[in-house]
Design a protein around this ligand. Structure first.
Ligand SMILES: NC(=O)c1ccc[n+]([C@@H]2O[C@H](COP(=O)([O-])OP(=O)(O)OC[C@H]3O[C@@H](n4cnc5c(N)ncnc54)[C@H](OP(=O)(O)O)[C@@H]3O)[C@@H](O)[C@H]2O)c1
Length: 226
């Protein structure tokens, strides 16, 4: 399957690497592919540069946002919260038209006072994206856990934990549920309803971050017992 991934950070790398390993044609999008590949600063989470990662994943093409979106039968948004709307604008409505967009981003704002959300309560980043791009079917997913677990849920508790999703299009959510199972092995994908549920999925980061600090690890997830 042809998959476009907007973003070259750890999330983009994890998604693209796992998808390419499973035989998919993954293209990652960046504002400037040459300077992203030329960056000498190591990623904080992976401890290595994009170029070092790419040497191990030569099958993944690193291109512009527009090229990645145009390539994908489905597009994943793995850009920063502040970068998401600009990245999607650069991707171009023509390249997104009628596709499913899996939105992994969180609208986090880091400041000396701590972490906050740039949009909250009565709106969410996912809804902002959907309003700006009515031509795509936005499905919020995978934003509620650390990047390595997104693509390998079986590495924690035998995969017995929960992945919430939300979106306005039932067909797109049903398709994303199948893909998440096929691509990464997600067994408990829980549909929270329309995209207003993304408000809670994004605000959950305000709990996720203290949990991460308390556990000194991002290797945890929620399991909805029912
Ligand atoms: N890290 C995790 O484990 C994790 C878990 C769940 C959700 N998330 C969410 O997933 C997203 C990606 O996280 P990440 O840690 O992989 O990377 P990140 O550092 O949050 O974002 C990196 C990407 O954002 C793009 N970007 C930054 N500013 C931009 C701007 N002004 N305009 C357009 N694009 C811009 C960068 O483009 P260039 O390539 O051009 O530099 C890069 O591709 C975030 O929204 C994060 O909150 C992360």
């Amino acid at each position: 399957m042809r998959i476009g991934i907007l973003g070259t950070g750890v999330v983009g790398q994890m998604l693209a690497g796992a998808l390419a390993s499973n035989g998919h044609e993954a293209v990652m999008g960046s504002r400037d592919p040459a300077s992203a590949l030329g960056a000498t600063e190591a990623n904080r989470m992976t401890g290595r540069t994009l170029a070092a990662w790419h040497e191990e994943h030569p099958a993944v093409r690193i291109a512009t946002f527009a090229e990645a979106a145009g390539h994908g039968e489905v597009v994943l948004n793995a850009t920063s919260g502040a970068g998401s709307l600009p990245a999607l604008e650069a991707a171009g409505s023509d390249h997104l038209d009628a596709k499913t967009l899996i939105d992994v981003a969180n609208p986090l704002v880091f400041s000396p006072d701590g972490v906050s959300l740039s949009v909250v309560n009565t709106d969410s980043l996912a809804e902002q994206i959907q309003r700006a791009h009515p031509e795509v079917h936005v499905v919020k997913a995978l934003n509620t856990l650390t990047a390595p677990l997104m693509v390998d849920p079986g590495a924690l508790a035998g995969g017995d934990h929960t992945l919430p999703i939300a979106g306005n299009d039932d067909g797109a959510k049903a398709q994303v549920t199948v893909w998440l199972q096929e691509w990464f092995g997600w067994r408990d994908v829980l549909d929270l309803g329309d995209l207003t549920a993304a408000r809670g999925m994004e605000a959950y980061l305000l709990l996720w971050l203290p949990l991460r600090q308390a556990l000194d690890s991002g290797r945890f997830n929620i399991k909805v017992v029912r």
